[in-house]
Design a protein around this ligand. Structure first.
Ligand code: DGJ
Length: 719
C-alpha cells in the first residue's frame, strides 16, 4: 500500500507551520500540521493538490471566555483535557485523580506508505503514536493509534479512538449509514449532519446487525455520480463506535474506534494499547464512485489474496433444504444433484456434529455425529470430491449449548458474572475467547477437524450477541479487556488456521450479516450478508451492502419459493437473476426440484460462470436502487471494460410491459459492444445487436419485462 509521502525530512526534526505532513494517493491529498500551541492539526482532506501547495497550520485564538483556544482547535487526535468539548481520541484517568490529558506534537517519521507521528502529554508520561498509511491506488487512508504508558503507575483509559477526522466548515453535510436487524440488514438511512452528535455503534461484543461500522458523508448537492464524499469503515469485529457531529465552529468531526460503552483498559507501566485501523477515503465522483473505490480497496488490499484471490466458486449450502436433518445419504443425494447443475463447492451446514438435532444441544462438541455419519465425514467428502466439487463445513466455534459435553466439562469457559444469570440466546452461551485456554482449545479442535478431513472451506457462524460480559478470572480492573482480547484472539485463531491449512477458505457469517467489517474480511474470503434469501428483499440488502463492501465477497443463494422469510413466491428465473448480482450460490432442496427446475438452474449457472469475473471484480454502477420505484438495475463493468453486464429487475407491474429505459455508465465510449441477453433469449426488437459505448450510455436500453418479479440481464462484449 505504497503512497507518496511529501513530508519534511524526518531527520530535520519538528514540522514547521508552513511545512505540512502530507500524503497523496489516488486523486486524494491528506495533510496535517502543527499549530502554534503544538497541537497536531488537520489541514486538508480532499481532491489532490499540486505539489508544494500552501497549507498552513493556524490555531484560532480564544473566541470568547467560553471557548479558549485549546478547546476548539481542530486536532488530529485530541486528549480529553485542556477544556476539550468535542470527542476525544483518548480519555485517561491517572491514579492521583488527574483527568487532564493534553497531547502535543513531538516527532514524526516516514513508514512504508505513510508516516507515524508521536504525541505526548504536556507533563505526564503518556504518549500516543498515530499511524498513517495511504493506499497509492485509491487514496484510502488507514489510521490507527498506539497509546503508551511510559510511567511507573498504571493509567486507566476510558475511551480510545482509532482516529478523529475533521471536514471543512459547512452547513449542508449529510450522513449515510447502514442499519438493520437479523434478516433485514443493510437498510440505508440518511440524515443531515448537525451539532447533535450522531452515534453509530455496537455494544454487543461483535460487529452486530444493528449498524455497520461504515459511514459516508456527502453534501446536499452530491449525487450518485458527482460531488464530494468522505467515507470510511472500522476494521474491528468487536464493540465499536463511530460518532459524527459538528462542533460549535462548524467543523464536522468523525471519531471512530473501540466503543467507550462499558470500556476500560488499565494501561500498566510500559504497556501499549493498539487500536484497530479506521480506513477512510475521499472522492469528488459522488456516492457511486465512493463505493467503487472502497470495493477496489477492500478487494485488493483487505481480502486475503488481493487481486490474486480466486473467484468465488458457485456454492451449494444445505441449510434451507435440511436444517439440522443432515445425514450421509441425504447429503450425498443433494451433492449428486448439485454437481449435475454445475455447483463447484458443496457445504454441509449445521447439524453434523455432537447431539445437534436442533438448536438446543451439541454446540461446542465438534465431533462427527455417528448416527448421522456412521463412518465419519469421509464417505461424503470423497463423494463430493469425486463429483468434482470442493467440500465445506459449517462451524460456530465461539458458542456452546448448556446441553453439551463441553459446557458440562467447562461451565467456567463462558462469559459470565458469578452468581448472576447466564442469559441464553438461541439456547446458547458465548465462550470467553479472550481466555487463552479457550482459544487454544478451539485451535486444537478446529485444527484436528481440518487435519482429519479433507475440507476446503469453513462457514464460520456466530449466532447471538453478548450478555453478562464478565471475565471473573481477571482482576476487576482488567475484566473489561474482554472486549479487545476476545476479538484479538478470534483474529489470531483465524490467522493461525489459515497458516496451518494453506488454501482453506472461510466465510464470515453471523446469523446472516452480523459480522461484516474490514477486520474479519482481512481473514475471511467471503461473507454471508443476510439470512433473508427472498430474491426481492435481497435486492435491497445487496444495494445496501454494496454501498460499502465488494461483490467479490458477497454470497447470494437461490433458495426455494415461497421464501421462508416472508412467504413470497417468485420464479426460479427471478431468483437466479437476483443472486447472480452477487457471488452465486444455491441453497434450495434440490431433491424436490423437477427436471425443468434443474435445467433452468443448469442454464443460469453456466451463464453466470461466463460473467462471474465481471460481476465479482468489475466496477459496480447502482443504476436504479430497488427501494426507489418499480424497477431496479445494476451494471457491472470489467476493469478492462471488455465486458459489462446489466441486470434489470421489475417488481411491480404498475409499469406493465413498459419498464424504463436504462442508461448504463462506465463503458468505453469509443469501443463497440455486442449485446445479448444472458441465458440465450432473443434480443428485444428495439435493441440493436451492436453499438458504441457512447450509444449505449446515451440512448440506453430496456429489458423485455412483463408482470411482477421479472428480471433480465444484458451482456455487453467488446468487439
Ligand atoms: C445462521 C446462519 O446465518 C444460517 O445460514 C445457518 O447457518 C444457521 N445459522 C445454522 O444454524
Amino acid at each position: 500500500m505504497a503512497s507518496t509521502l511529501a513530508a519534511p525530512d524526518p531527520a530535520a526534526g519538528a514540522v514547521k507551520a508552513d511545512q505540512p505532513l502530507r500524503l497523496d494517493g489516488g486523486n486524494v491529498t491528506y495533510a496535517l500540521g502543527v499549530d502554534e500551541h503544538g497541537f497536531l492539526e488537520p489541514l486538508y482532506w480532499g481532491p489532490k493538490l499540486p505539489a508544494g501547495a500552501p497549507l498552513i497550520a493556524k490555531a484560532p485564538g480564544e473566541l470568547s471566555g467560553f471557548d479558549p483556544a485549546g478547546s476548539v482547535t481542530p486536532q488530529e487526535y485530541p486528549g480529553q483535557g485542556g477544556g476539550l468539548v468535542t470527542e476525544p481520541g483518548v480519555k485517561a484517568v491517572f491514579a492521583d485523580g488527574n483527568r487532564d490529558l493534553v497531547l502535543t506534537y513531538r516527532a514524526h517519521r516516514a513508514t512504508a506508505g505513510g508516516f507515524d507521528v508521536d504525541l505526548a502529554d504536556i507533563s505526564r508520561p503518556v504518549t500516543v503514536t498515530l499511524h498513517y498509511r495511504m493506499d497509492a491506488a485509491t487514496g484510502i487512508l488507514g489510521r490507527s493509534a498506539t497509546i503508551r504508558n511510559g510511567g511507573r503507575i498504571p493509567v486507566r483509559l476510558d475511551q480510545v479512538a482509532s482516529a478523529v477526522f475533521t471536514l471543512p466548515v459547512g452547513g449542508d453535510y449529510r450522513l449515510h449509514m447502514l442499519t438493520g436487524r437479523h434478516a433485514a440488514e443493510w437498510t440505508q438511512a440518511t440524515q443531515p449532519v448537525t451539532p447533535a452528535l450522531t452515534v453509530l455503534e455496537s455494544r454487543r461484543g461483535s460487529t452486530g446487525h444493528g449498524a455497520n461500522p461504515w459511514f459516508a458523508i456527502d453534501r446536499a448537492a452530491t449525487t450518485e455520480e458527482n460531488g464530494p464524499v468522505w467515507f470510511g469503515a472500522l476494521a474491528w469485529s468487536g464493540s465499536w463506535r463511530i460518532s459524527v457531529g459538528q462542533d460549535n465552529l462548524g467543523h464536522v468531526k468523525i471519531a471512530g474506534g473501540f466503543n467507550p460503552y462499558d470500556f476500560s483498559w488499565t494501561l500498566k507501566p510500559g504497556e501499549t494499547l493498539d487500536t484497530p485501523v479506521f480506513y477512510a477515503g475521499y472522492t469528488d465522483g459522488g456516492d457511486g464512485e465512493a463505493a467503487r473505490l472502497f470495493h477496489r480497496f477492500t478487494r485488493t488490499v483487505i481480502l486475503p489474496g488481493g487481486d490474486a484471490a480466486k473467484l468465488r466458486p458457485v456454492l451449494y449450502n444445505s441449510w434451507e433444504a435440511t436444517e439440522f436433518n443432515v445425514d450421509e445419504p441425504g447429503q450425498i443425494a443433494l451433492a449428486e444433484r448439485a454437481a449435475k447443475i454445475g455447483i463447484e463447492r458443496f457445504v454441509v451446514d449445521d447439524g453434523w456434529f455432537g447431539a445437534r438435532d436442533n438448536d438446543s444441544a451439541g454446540l461446542g462438541d465438534w465431533v462427527v455425529n455417528r448416527r448421522k455419519f456412521p463412518s465419519g465425514l469421509k464417505p461424503l467428502i470423497d463423494r463430493v470430491h469425486g463429483l468434482g466439487m470442493s467440500f465445506g463445513l459449517w462451524v460456530e466455534p465461539e458458542m456452546v449449548n448448556r446441553d453439551s459435553d463441553l459446557y458440562r466439562r467447562h461451565p467456567d469457559w463462558v462469559l459470565n458474572f458469578p452468581g448472576r444469570p447466564r442469559t441464553e440466546g438461541r439456547n446458547q452461551l458465548v465462550l470467553n475467547l479472550a481466555r487463552e485456554d479457550v482459544r487454544d482449545h478451539l485451535l486444537t479442535v478446529l485444527d484436528t477437524l481440518l487435519r482429519e478431513n479433507d475440507i476446503q472451506f469453513l462457514k464460520w457462524d456466530y449466532n447471538r450477541n453478548w450478555t453478562e460480559p464478565g471475565w471473573p478470572e481477571m482482576k476487576p480492573a482488567d475484566q473489561q479487556r474482554v472486549y479487545v482480547d476476545y476479538v484479538r484472539n478470534l483474529y489470531w485463531l483465524l490467522a493461525e488456521l489459515r497458516r496451518r491449512h494453506p488454501g482453506l477458505e472461510i466465510e464470515s457469517c453471523s446469523g446472516g450479516g452480523g459480522r461484516v467489517d474490514l477486520g474479519i474480511m482481512a481473514l475471511t474470503d467471503e461473507v454471508w450478508p443476510s439470512d433473508n434469501t427472498d430474491p426481492y428483499d435481497r435486492l435491497a440488502i445487496q444495494d445496501g451492502y454494496t454501498r460499502a463492501y465488494p461483490v467479490a465477497a458477497m454470497m447470494a443463494w437461490v433458495t426455494d419459493s415461497p421464501n421462508w422469510a416472508n412467504g413470497r413466491t417468485t420464479s426460479l428465473d427471478y431468483r437466479f437473476l437476483s443472486s447472480m448480482q452477487g457471488s452465486l450460490g444455491v441453497g434450495a432442496n434440490l431433491t424436490k426440484w423437477s427436471d425443468t427446475d434443474a435445467a433452468t438452474a443448469t442454464k443460469w449457472i453456466a451463464a453466470y460462470k461466463d460473467i462471474r469475473a465481471t460481476v465479482q471484480r468489475g466496477d459496480l454502477y447502482r443504476l436504479l436502487p430497488p427501494e426507489n420505484g418499480e424497477t431496479a438495475a445494476t451494471f457491472y463493468v470489467a476493469p478492462d471494460k471488455r465486458q459489462a453486464v446489466l441486470f434489470q429487475m421489475l417488481h411491480s407491474s404498475h409499469w406493465s410491459d413498459n419498464p424504463p429505459q436504462i442508461r448504463p455508465r462506465g463503458l468505453d465510449p469509443a469501443r463497440s459492444y455486442k449485446v445479448r441477453l444472458l441465458g440465450g433469449a432473443p434480443l428485444p426488437a428495439a435493441v440493436p445487436a451492436q453499438a458504441s459505448g457512447d450509444y449505449w450510455m446515451a440512448h440506453g436500453l430496456r429489458a423485455p419485462l412483463k408482470g411482477d418479479y421479472q428480471g433480465a440481464a444484458f451482456v455487453f462484449d467488446a468487439v
